[in-house]
Design a protein around this ligand. Structure first.
Ligand SMILES: O=C(O)Cc1cc(O)ccc1O
Ligand SMILES: [Fe+2]
Length: 451
């Protein structure tokens, strides 16, 4: 057994030999981990009595009858159902769910925001979540929401789970710890974490203030994209995803559990920490991934491929090839294409593109799209390089060129994204964003030849 540097000193299982401390490698593996020897039943899930007097409890992330069920068996000090209070509704006015269509807000447009500033107020994972866009419908489990989080304070004796969604967390500033029922995940910028639907956790600030982006996925879980002709290597490799080893605490202290359920928030009281899972096995677990492990594949002779080539994870929608959400990463890479306009081309897209900058400069927008900032190019609305990027790329002497110091991402969904009132009226929206294309001039003069 080893112990993390956690202020609450959760008792943590030993790390499998040869792997990163506190984590087990592999995407969607059927893991098993125990923080006390013999806590995990062998050869069966539901013994008449569990070792150590633990309760067996199953967390199902898919229907029982799914072709490949995703579920985890937990062996815990108390079953989750032991809460002493009915659920009480609470208000978290900045955390919105779809459908959230404000008649006074126009979502049709090209939008860009500067980073939302920290306010000086003490904010937790729950009070610091600021919804920017929503798409689809949380009640029918389709679509998504995008959020910015501004977190300065740890949750103390307060826990949370979302019955509505899995959360894809993309930090941009500061370091966070997700102390979950299934173990501890620490994340910092250039890493991501995924918190499955239904999993209970508290969020602690390891180094603040913390800001980042969240994609709340109401639909089918994120999975690794099919690789098609690319084959088995490059892009995101399964072994680079890490799930935590079991960690538990046996703390009897008045606590609350907040639940997000059909877009509403409720709390209930419990007399102990719910992070009391001593051992677990299964394939439904939180996971982290270092984006620096993403191996981009691209054009090596001419032309600019579709950005789907940079998909890290995809959440299917039921229509093959048309994602509920694609999570796409634009990171450092070499540009080598000959006689090619190398930045993204001008385009309109049936999918809705929400982008965020993690660090550095994005090639299509050398100015104005800054780390911590976001942009939205909604369904079928034209966009592309700004005037500066266009002129530079059209006139550059093309040789091998490293796109360095750059990491942006896209949450791309098949559903139109609606701005929240916060995004339209409170967040630092750049009113002049569309002017970045106004000075693109007519070059056509009726004569042949490249201009
Ligand atoms: O609009 C954007 O900047 C994202 C994007 C990048 C790219 O290389 C191709 C298409 C696309 O939508
Ligand atoms: Fe685009």
């Amino acid at each position: 057994m080893n112990r993390p540097t956690d202020p609450h000193l959760l008792t943590q299982a030993a790390t499998p030999a040869g792997t990163t401390a506190g984590y087990m490698p592999g995407w969607g593996n059927d893991f098993e981990t125990e923080a006390l020897p013999g806590a995990l039943p062998q050869g069966m899930n539901s013994p008449q009595k569990c070792n150590y007097g633990l309760y067996g409890e199953q967390l199902s992330g898919t229907a029982f009858t799914a072709t490949r069920p995703e579920r985890t068996w937990c062996y815990r000090i108390r079953p989750s159902v032991k809460h002493s209070h009915r659920y009480e509704k609470i208000d978290l006015p900045y955390w919105k769910s779809a459908p959230c269509i404000d008649p006074d807000v126009i979502s049709l447009g090209q939008y860009r925001w500067d980073p939302v500033a920290h306010s000086g107020a003490g904010l937790t994972w729950l009070t610091g979540m600021r919804t920017m866009t929503t798409a689809g419908d949380v009640n029918t489990q389709v679509g998504m929401a995008s959020h910015i989080y501004l977190v300065t304070e740890s949750m103390v004796d307060d826990y949370f789970f979302s019955a509505d969604s899995e959360l894809l967390v993309v930090p941009q500033e500061g370091r966070l710890r997700f102390a979950t029922e299934l173990g501890i995940i620490d994340v910092e910028p250039k890493e991501i974490a995924i918190l499955p639907r239904g999993l209970v956790y508290r969020v602690e600030v390891l180094e603040g203030p913390c800001r980042g982006f969240v994609c709340e996925n109401y639909g089918q879980k994120f999975e690794l994209p099919g690789r098609g002709p690319i084959g088995a290597n490059c892009m995101a490799n399964p072994r680079d995803f890490k799930s935590p080893v079991a960690a538990f605490e046996d703390r009897e202290t008045p606590s609350t559990v907040t639940v997000k359920w059909c877009g509403q928030f409720h709390t209930t009281k419990i007399g102990h920490s719910p992070l009391d899972v001593v051992a677990w096995h299964g394939n439904y677990a939180p996971v982290k991934y270092d984006l620096r492990n993403y191996c981009p594949v691209g054009a090596i002779l001419f032309d600019h491929p579709d950005p789907s080539i940079f998909t890290v994870l995809t959440a299917p929608s039921g229509v093959p090839g048309t994602a509920n959400i694609d999570f796409v990463l634009f990171r450092e890479r070499w540009m080598v294409m000959e006689d090619t306009f190398r930045p993204p081309w001008y385009h309109k897209n049936i999918m809705s593109e929400l982008m965020g900058n993690i660090y550095g400069q994005y090639d299509a927008k050398p100015q104005g799209f800054v780390p911590g900032g976001m942009s939205l190019h909604n369904m079928m609305l034209p966009h592309g390089p700004d005037k500066e990027a266009f002129e530079k790329a059209s006139n550059a002497n093309l040789g091998p060129d490293k796109l360095d110091q750059t990491m942006s991402f896209m949450f791309e969904t098949r559903f139109p994204q609606h701005l929240t009132e916060f995004a339209a009226k409170e967040a630092p929206l750049q009113d002049d964003y569309i002017d970045c294309w106004t000075s693109l001039e007519k070059k056509f003069d009726g004569t042949p030849g490249k201009k």
